[in-house]
Design a protein around this ligand. Structure first.
Ligand code: 48F
Length: 258
């Protein structure tokens, strides 16, 4: 019995790992925008992997606001909430309140059920450059980074990479720092996020959701971060709409590659 349990896990894990070494889309970061992009892309038949360095994907959605486990969604994002079967209550003026634990677990469940492969405890530390475009990611165990162990990584190739790393815009920063290239942002570099301005931030999150370098796409707070827009705190409609928008942009881009 002990042997079967261990070998079942090892066989199944490495089968899964092999499948994600060459994918259509590699998503970095399991916050709301990354998870929703994973859901829509997988649903439309793409081979998708999402890497999250923490034990649980979900990013900043679990914690609501100051650990009050409720979040707010504006009416524009209601079709997505309904699509995922998440309970919602109208509070005022087109703003709905949602239980943050139910919303986050629904995003994880639906992405996984649509057959996106979710890989936790893995950090993306670099990108692959092929033919002057981003063609994949370089990964390692998150504890290897935390312990600063000198261990070489593994490479995953993909047709598209999505930076959904939130406030830190980690993938875009690595690409820029290591390669001296120009990004499709107002300054050509990662501008960095500005202070709180909810209305403006929700609007620009969607506007800034785009391809910023051939093969590298941004969504969610990373989209606002690279283009120097504002933060918005515990309202999540922009994150969801950004995740949906980037899935459509990536799909189009993959079709033009073929
Ligand atoms: O920050 P996060 O939730 O991303 P998001 O989709 O949503 C932002 C909101 O949660 C909130 C907000 C809006 O209301 O302001 O902050 O933009 O999730 C990003 C995830 O990426 C993981 C990180 O642990 C988090 O769960 N992550 C970041 N860098 C890496 C990474 C990396 N290099 N490799 C793997 N995971």
């Amino acid at each position: 019995m002990e042997y079967q349990i261990s070998s079942g896990i090892v066989d199944s894990y490495f089968h899964k790992f092999k499948k994600i070494l060459n994918v259509d889309v590699a998503i970095v970061g399991g916050g709301p925008s990354g998870l929703l992009a994973a859901y829509y892309l997988a649903k439309s038949g793409q081979n998708v992997v999402l890497f999250e360095r923490k034990l649980a994907p979900g990013g900043g959605m679990w914690g609501g606001a100051m650990m009050f486990n409720e979040i707010v969604i504006q009416h524009e994002a209601l079709p997505i909430i309904k699509d995922l079967g998440i309970d919602h209550k109208l509070y005022t003026d087109g703003l709905y309140v949602v239980d943050s634990l139910q919303a986050t677990s629904a995003l994880i469940y639906h992405a996984s059920k649509a057959r996106a492969t979710l890989m936790n405890c893995i950090s993306v530390e670099d990108v692959v450059i092929q033919d002057k475009r981003v063609g994949g990611v370089v990964i390692n165990w998150a504890p290897v980074h935390r312990e600063k162990l000198h261990v070489d990584p593994i490479t995953v190739v993909s047709k598209a990479v999505l930076d959904a790393t939130g406030h830190d815009c980690e993938v875009a920063r690595i690409l820029e720092r290591k390669n001296g290239i120009k990004l499709n942002t107002p300054t050509g570099s990662v501008v960095g996020e500005r202070s709180m301005s909810v209305y403006e931030a929700e609007k620009t999150t969607i506007e800034n959701t785009k391809e910023i370098f051939p093969g590298l796409f941004v969504s969610g707070m990373a989209a606002n971060g690279v283009s120097g827009s504002f933060r918005m705190g515990p309202i999540f409609g922009g994150m969801l709409l950004s995740g949906k928008k980037i899935s459509e942009i990536i799909l189009k881009s993959i079709h033009t590659l073929v």
